[in-house]
Write a protein that binds this ligand. Structure first.
Ligand code: HPA
Ligand code: ZN
Length: 335
């Protein structure tokens, strides 16, 4: 087993982190109070009760039901700045060198908040983190798959300036996977590519959905990365393609256990990915809900795969740098 010290110091890149998923109960309640947001009566009313609920989720949808309620307490640009800054303060102690942050603008614009309010708050925290911690970052806008594709197209238009000027580096797709397969969003991805041909593309796929959701994301949406993607191992052809094209899976170990995708970190097909030369990174997904930030994910994986030596871990760290959407100069600095 490699030492905890080694894992703590290992330079890390995070590629799968929903900023709304970093909303800790001890920020959620004060923000609700500050903004006069009434939480539903059925929602836990104290930090303690909420932490109790977070101990287990039945599945992705059970988690999402809580996650979207929590999101409602975020209103002002300062709220989004504060949320993001709290995340950076935590990961600044975990040797994170580069992070790519997902956000769900539709969770906010549906409540009358401007897409620019959300985006500017997150962006301001990213700039401060680069100055104060030397952590570089990119912002990835996700579309919610439970929202009508026609509505999603409107969100893309609302984000147009940010897509053109590079404030938003990539497009992603999240929320309930199985009922909303990739083919529904072909037009959205086409439109986003038309606005900026250099836009990076990813999508959640193969978390609860089958390997077909992964191959359809690649074929139909033209993504060059896959979020979760653990069900890819159901399809040998797909595995070969992921290796040949070096398509990175952004794996989230603690999330997969909490949402009952697997029963234990040990059950994740990470050895199989390594043996088949499929690149992956390790990520925290929604750390406030799943019991740990990125370092906790690294530590749990190390515990579950005790035979991995320094060479294996160095390869994982290098693959994460190579799979990042930072520019070539930054990649060179990090490698
Ligand atoms: N899957 C789908 N949607 C999400 C997730 C996830 O893991 N986290 C936040 N939104
Ligand atoms: Zn996710």
């Amino acid at each position: 087993v490699v030492s905890e010290e080694f894992l703590r110091k290992l330079p890390k890149c995070e590629h799968h982190l929903h900023i709304e998923g970093t909303l800790e109960p001890d920020l959620l309640f004060p923000l609700a109070e500050r903004n006069g947001v009434k939480l539903p009566d059925t929602f836990p009313q104290t930090v303690q009760e909420l932490n109790e609920k977070y101990k287990s989720f039945a599945d992705l949808q059970d988690f999402l039901n809580y996650y979207y309620i929590g999101t409602n307490v975020l209103i002002t640009e300062e709220d989004f700045f504060q949320l993001t800054w709290e995340y950076f303060k935590k990961i600044s102690k975990q040797s994170v060198v580069h992070t790519e942050i997902f956000y769900d603008p539709q969770s906010h614009t549906d409540r009358g908040i401007k897409l620019a309010t959300v985006t500017n708050g997150i962006k301001r925290a990213c700039e401060k983190a680069e100055k104060e911690f030397g952590i570089t970052s990119k912002i990835i806008m996700c579309l919610l798959r439970h929202i009508e594709p026609a509505k999603c197209l409107e969100t893309i238009e609302e984000a147009k300036d940010f897509l053109v000027d590079g404030t938003i580096t990539g497009l992603g797709l999240d929320s309930a996977e199985k009922p909303f397969p990739p083919h529904l969003f072909v037009e959205c991805y086409e439109r986003a590519r038309e606005i900026n041909k250099d836009l990076k593309l990813t999508a959640h796929a193969g978390e609860e959905g089958s390997a077909k959701y992964v191959s359809d994301s690649l074929d139909l949406l033209q993504t060059t990365r896959v979020d979760h993607g653990v069900n890819s191992i159901q399809d040998g052809e797909l595995m070969k393609r992921l290796a040949d094209e070096q398509i990175m899976l952004t794996v989230c170990p603690l999330s997969n256990v909490k949402l009952q995708v697997v029963s234990d970190v040990k059950e994740l097909p990470l050895q199989k990915l390594i043996d088949n030369n499929v690149p992956f990174s390790l990520n925290s997904d929604d750390p406030a809900y799943f019991g740990g930030y990125i370092l906790d994910n690294y530590l749990q994986v190390a515990k579950s795969f005790p035979h991995w030596d320094y060479n294996v871990w160095s390869r994982i760290a290098k693959n994460a740098i190579n799979g990042s959407w930072c520019d070539e100069k930054r990649k060179f600095e990090l490698l």
